[in-house]
Design a binder for this molecule. Structure first.
Ligand SMILES: Nc1ncnc2c1ncn2[C@@H]1O[C@H](COP(=O)(O)OP(=O)(O)OP(=O)(O)O)[C@@H](O)[C@H]1O
Length: 884
């Protein structure tokens, strides 16, 4: 057996091997040590290898999902090795022969399907990445994202610059890419940012024609035209993904939708840093709690929760699509009774997509079939309730689809499945009585035989003249008669031994059999086996029928999820008094009485009010109706006054508006934002050797390089991580660039009050400040945003509120008074007047030094030169150097 183990293990070095032995998966050698440590289970030993004890540990089959969950969560991959033949078959080859085994599946983070291994409210994406360089050596990436638990399959094409944003949006659990690609350190760093498992693949076999063939075979197509227009990059990425699925799933074939192209330009692009800063799906500490998603989520199904997370990760840019969602939400806001009724029905909707995914992989059970049945009925019910009203377009389409749904399958499942369903199908008893005549007969025989056993026990008691006789069952002996020692001695003798045949003597009992009992046993076993075989056949037939309808089932599941999200967004909007924003293609950004949904909810929980604030960054039209660009608001005010909250709330309102949701504001008018950037708060990235200041500058650079006049930019205290004048100068130049070049709508919070003087130069700059009142020397935060600039920072007062020792606070007051006396601001005012506007030297400066020597060197190709040519080249270089 060890030889077999070692042979299988050799092919799966990068996985822990779960080796099936009876009712356990056993692990050996290093695998056992690792698993026992990770899982906290006992490490034992079994036999010897090369003279050494073999470490071993095991997990029981019925709890293996829990153990798998822990191992995957701690970054391991697991190869599941099953017995591939009946032990009886192996015995036929001789008593010592080993049962055949083989790996049937690799369990990796991106290929999970089991309910207990998956997060209900989160997609479980596997991403395959390929690269292509164009003539300019620019990289383009093809990316395929598959969720084998639901069948979702999307393909994307993106540039390196936008790759991080796309990955941050998708949040894959696992990324597969070629070894060559992963050798690129910059790229690898970007892939590692999201914390996904990274799996290298030897790619050659999967590209080009091989990738095409993978797709054709998978979908049984003769030509790729059936998949719509896909580029080579998309085909390669999809092919790589399918290749990895094959490598991990072996014979099992997940049900996957056909790959569909997603245009990244159709959605609001939000880079990874901004997602983290704005705490969209997770708070800064990594929890769901405290994020926008958790404050917003009123969904009642897991599929709905996943869809909401997807919407929030990819807000739209198409104003028509946004309006369709808004119409549906408004409809539900206006009809709370209908909303409540639908939400009540939806609460019973099971996770159809994932149930279907498991059934397709032959990992499903009776409850998965029931999920399809219940899901279909729920969908029909929702459709009927909605049809009574006059719903807007998006919902009317759903009603139409649901009305046409054929109920033959759920009816069949309804008739076939028993009321109480076991989790596992192997034990049978999930098909209801009266569904199949053959099954009923086998079951009757099986159950009747059991009654006969009970009667037999009574008869044998009489025959053996004892009341202590029992008929029992175990796997080794089958059915047997058990009596105590004294009775056993008696049965060994005449006349009893004519009927009772001795089988086993135990310490305190003896076991017997009879010819009659043996015959009965085979009848019982046969009947039970037959019943099980029939149930298994019926299960297979039902699954086949369900899979035949998989496209319809999938569409039903997504209609239910969509309904859940739309009613949930209406629920959130009604609860918190949100309003429908006006979203168009202008450069407007006008929020009246906006609020931060997460901070407001936290304050409300503490019984404190949130102060709403207006914000107007709307673009200014130039002559001839041409947009000149958005406004740039500079916000000053003390720490703790609410600057960051104000900045973030406006970004969140834009995101909510573009997912089609209502927004926490009295009114809002937003011109669609193409990209959202934020540089908020301090964080360093020591793992990648970047200080706080460096991270800040890298993120700021990305903003200045990419923001357009349709973007929204949020900058919080740029330049504070370095010396005052360096910081001020950087912040100054950044603002000029934003105003003159990017022309994006922007909010800029700063402690450099000097920057407010730029108002004189920059026409679209507005100064805002957080109002505070000074009460007997103490600062009181009003959290109100007002026009104008803050007169002072109140830093010392805030420090005193934070509990700095009084001596330090007093000393700081004195120093501040000295500094103010010297009036450091005067030179800045002068600078504003004197410095030419940023626009003047906007063209990139000429390279400092034209390097002729370097150019000459670049032209030399040593591989292509004779020694004589090399010598000439050397002389030439000396000449160039002399002139330079
Ligand atoms: N509009 C508001 N209404 C009521 N409370 C608010 C409001 N805005 C902020 N707050 C409260 O003030 C606290 C501080 O806000 P915030 O972090 O936005 O201040 P800040 O000016 O950015 O401070 P710092 O400069 O120190 O980062 C918040 O945690 C919140 O409790």
């Amino acid at each position: 057996m060890m030889a077999q183990y070692l042979e299988i293990k050799r092919d799966h070095q990068d996985c822990l091997l779960f080796y099936r032995m009876g009712d356990f998966y056993e692990l050996f050698f290093e695998d056992a040590k690792l698993a026992s440590q990770t899982l906290g289970i006992v490490l034992t030993k079994r036999g010897k290898h090369l003279g050494e004890d073999i470490p071993m540990c095991g997990v029981p089959i019925e709890r293996s999902d829990d153990y798998l969950h822990k191992l995957i969560a701690s970054g391991h991959r697991v190869a599941v090795c099953e017995q591939t033949e009946d032990p009886a078959e192996a015995r036929k080859r001789g008593n010592k022969s080993v049962v055949k085994r083989g790996v049937i599946r690799l369990v990796t983070p991106g290929t999970l399907t089991e309910e207990r291994l998956l997060e209900p409210g989160r997609a479980n994406l596997l991403v395959a990445l390929v690269r292509q360089r164009d003539q300019d050596e620019k990289s383009l990436f093809g990316l395929a994202a598959v969720d084998i638990s639901t069948g979702a399959f999307d393909v994307y094409v993106t540039e390196f610059g936008a790759l991080g944003a796309l990955l941050a949006r998708l949040e894959p659990r696992e990324i597969v890419a070629s070894e060559t690609l992963l050798a690129d350190a910059a790229l690898l760093g970007r892939l590692q940012d999201g914390g996904a498992a990274i799996t290298p693949l030897n790619e050659k076999a999967f590209f080009g024609r091989a990738a095409e063939k993978k797709l054709l075979d998978y979908y049984h197509l003769g030509t790729l035209d059936g998949l719509g227009p896909l580029s080579h990059l998309e085909i390669n990425a999809a092919g790589l993904c399918l290749a990895y699925i094959e490598q991990t799933q072996f014979a099992a074939k997940p049900r996957l939708n056909r790959p569909s192209r997603v245009e990244t330009r159709a959605t609001l692009e939000i880079d990874a840093a901004t997602r983290v800063n704005l705490e969209l799906t997770r708070s800064q500490s990594g929890q769901r709690q405290g994020s926008l998603l958790s404050a917003l989520d009123r969904t009642v199904t897991s599929a709905g929760a996943r869809t909401l997370a997807e919407w929030l990760a990819a807000p739209l840019r198409d104003i028509e699509k946004i309006a369709l969602r808004q119409d549906a939400i408004a409809f539900f806001v206006d009809d709370p009774l209908l909303r409540a009724e639908l939400r009540k029905i939806l609460r019973a909707a099971p996770d159809m997509a994932r149930a279907l995914g498991r059934l397709a992989l032959d990992r499903g059970g009776p409850r998965d079939l029931a999920a399809l049945r219940d899901g279909m009925f729920t969908a029909k019910q929702c459709g009927a309730v909605l049809a009574e009203k006059k719903p807007p377009f998006l919902l009317a389409k759903a009603v139409e689809f649901l009305a046409d749904l054929d109920t033959a399958l759920p009816q069949l499942l309804g008739a076939a499945l028993a009321d109480d369903l076991p989790l596992d199908r192997r034990g049978g008893n999930f098909i209801s009585a009266a569904f199949d005549q053959q099954l009923d007969e086998a079951r009757a025989l099986r159950d009747e035989s059991r009654r006969i056993i009970a009667a037999l026990q009574g008869r044998y008691c009489e025959k053996a003249e004892t009341r202590q006789l029992k008929i029992k069952h175990n796997n080794f002996l089958g059915y047997f008669i058990e009596v105590n020692q004294a009775q056993g001695e008696k049965l060994l003798k005449a006349p009893f031994n004519a009927d009772f045949i001795h089988r086993q003597t135990m310490a305190d009992a003896m076991r017997f059999s009879t010819t009659e009992l043996s015959q009965l046993e085979s009848r019982i076993t046969n009947a039970a086996d037959e019943a099980l075989a029939i149930e298994s056949r019926i299960f297979g037939e039902l699954v086949a029928q369900a899979l035949d309808k998989s496209a319809e089932l999938e569409a039903t599941a997504s209609a239910l999820a969509g309904l859940d999200v739309l009613t949930a967004l209406a629920e959130a909007a009604s609860e918190a008094g949100w309003s429908r924003p006006r979203v168009d293609n202008s450069l407007a950004f006008q929020i009246e009485a906006g609020r931060h949904p997460v901070v407001e909810a936290a304050l409300r929980a503490r019984g404190e009010p949130f102060v709403p604030n207006d914000c107007d960054l709307s673009g200014i039209m130039g002559a001839k109706g041409k947009d000149i660009g958005g406004k740039l608001a500079v916000i000053t005010g003390p720490n703790m006054a609410g600057k960051s909250t104000f900045l973030r709330q406006n970004a969140l309102i834009a995101i909510l508006a573009q997912i089609g949701s209502f927004v926490p504001a009295k009114t809002a008018h937003i011109g669609v934002v193409d990209r959202l950037f934020s540089r908020v708060g301090a964080s360093d990235d020591l793992a990648r050797g970047r200080s706080t200041f460096m991270v800040e500058m890298v993120e700021t650079a990305a903003i200045l390089n990419q923001a357009t006049e349709k973007s929204l930019v949020i900058l919080d205290e740029i330049g504070r991580g370095t010396a005052t004048y360096d910081g001020l100068s950087i912040a100054w130049a950044v603002m000029e660039h934003l105003h003159e070049v990017n022309r994006a709508r922007a909010l800029f919070a700063t402690h450099f009050h000097e920057l407010t003087h730029l108002r004189q130069k920059l026409s679209r700059l507005v100064n805002l400040c957080m109002r505070v009142s000074d009460w007997r020397g103490d600062v009181v935060f009003l959290h109100e945003v007002a026009q104008g600039s803050a007169d002072r920072s109140y830093g010392v007062q805030v420090a005193s509120l934070a509990g700095l020792p009084t001596t330090v606070v007093e000393r700081a007051r004195k120093i501040l008074a000295e500094l103010e006396l010297n009036d450091l601001r005067t030179p800045v005012e002068r600078l504003v007047a004197d410095l030419p506007l940023f626009a003047a030297p906007l063209q990139a400066p000429e390279p400092k030094h034209k390097d002729a020597l370097r150019d000459a060197l670049a032209e030399i190709d040593p591989d292509d030169m004779t020694p004589r040519q090399a010598l000439e080249a050397l002389f030439n270089l000396k000449r160039v150097a002399a002139h330079d």
